[in-house]
Design a protein around this ligand. Structure first.
Ligand code: PDD
Length: 284
């Protein structure tokens, strides 16, 4: 069975799914995206992802391709047509097709919408969480508005490639000595008192939806959360570190640049938080 994608009003086999060469997403990275997961047929954190989609559109003065109700229908349909129970759903909106010109195209140019889904392997994530993952540090060379979830991800791709070449799972991005986030996830440490520490929201990190839900889970578990920048040195000396994203949930980090974190095994705080996150997401 071939995979099916939604492209501008049509469901088409992925091999035939095309966008125009003058799409602004292709030429200027003038587009935004969301990634969310479907577990046992249920969308996790869908509200949060749709709210962030709206925010990204607003920040870039981009038109919405359709309203939330319609988007939900299309997302469900893509998952259904691909016969997936556990899925990773990718949704991308660009400013549409127009002859190449940096300034925005004429008002009324329809935005492009692409939605794809692929199988989400839950067991792989659980296995990684059991073993813990290693990360490298990498300079954060991104632009000044990474709070907007744009498809302009070249610095992120370079960082992930560096991690991959080093045999690591992720890269902790470092700016002025401080860890902002990772190439495709948010970065956290646990301090000596057992509190969670993560970079505050603002223009220098993406406000992760999983980050937001993890904060709510920590509150439920009565674990203190401190939103403040932390240094790479602090992270290396921390009892625990972990990362969060829609696809990795809460994944313990057991080494940074080859330096063992805590005991070198996933710590109790990250484990509890992962379980709480999964339970909360499954409740919907
Ligand atoms: N990445 N920071 C960055 C730079 C990200 O790209 C992501 C998500 C996150 C975590 O956000 P959330 O919890 O909403 O997934 C943080 C997705 C998964 C991706 O690009 O594939």
């Amino acid at each position: 069975m071939s995979r099916i994608a939604y492209v501008n009003g049509q469901y088409v086999p992925v091999s035939k799914a095309m966008v125009h060469i003058e799409d602004r997403g292709y030429q200027f990275a003038d587009g935004i995206y969301e990634v969310c997961t479907v577990v046992n047929g249920r969308y996790w954190d869908m509200e949060g992802h749709l709210a962030r989609l709206d925010r990204s559109l607003r920040e870039l003065q981009m038109d919405a391709p359709m309203d939330h109700a319609a988007l939900r229908v299309v997302m469900k349909e893509v998952v259904r047509r691909n016969r997936l129970k556990n899925a990773l759903v990718y949704m991308q909106v660009t400013r549409g097709v127009a002859p190449r010109n940096h300034a925005f195209p004429p008002e009324g140019t329809p935005p492009s919408l692409v939605i794809t889904a692929r199988r989400f392997n839950l067991n792989r994530g659980d296995a990684l969480a059991e073993s813990g993952v290693s990360v490298i540090s990498h300079p954060d060379i991104r632009w000044g508005r990474v709070d907007i979830k744009t498809v302009g991800l070249l610095p992120n791709a370079l960082a992930k490639q560096a991690a991959s070449e080093a045999g690591a799972y992720e890269a902790f991005l470092v700016r002025d000595g401080y860890v902002t986030e990772c190439s495709s996830s948010n970065a956290w440490i646990v301090d000596e008192s057992g509190a969670l520490v993560t970079h505050p929201k603002g223009n220098t990190i993406l406000g992760g939806i999983t980050r937001q839900t993890a904060i709510a889970c920590a509150e439920e578990l009565q674990i203190k959360v401190i939103e403040r920048p932390f240094t790479l040195e602090e992270a290396k000396a921390a009892p625990e570190a972990f990362l969060t994203s829609a696809t990795s949930f809460v994944t313990p980090v057991t080494a940074i640049d080859g330096v063992r974190i805590g005991s070198g095994k996933p710590g109790p705080v990250a484990r509890r938080l992962r379980e709480a996150y999964k339970a909360r997401a499954a409740r919907g």
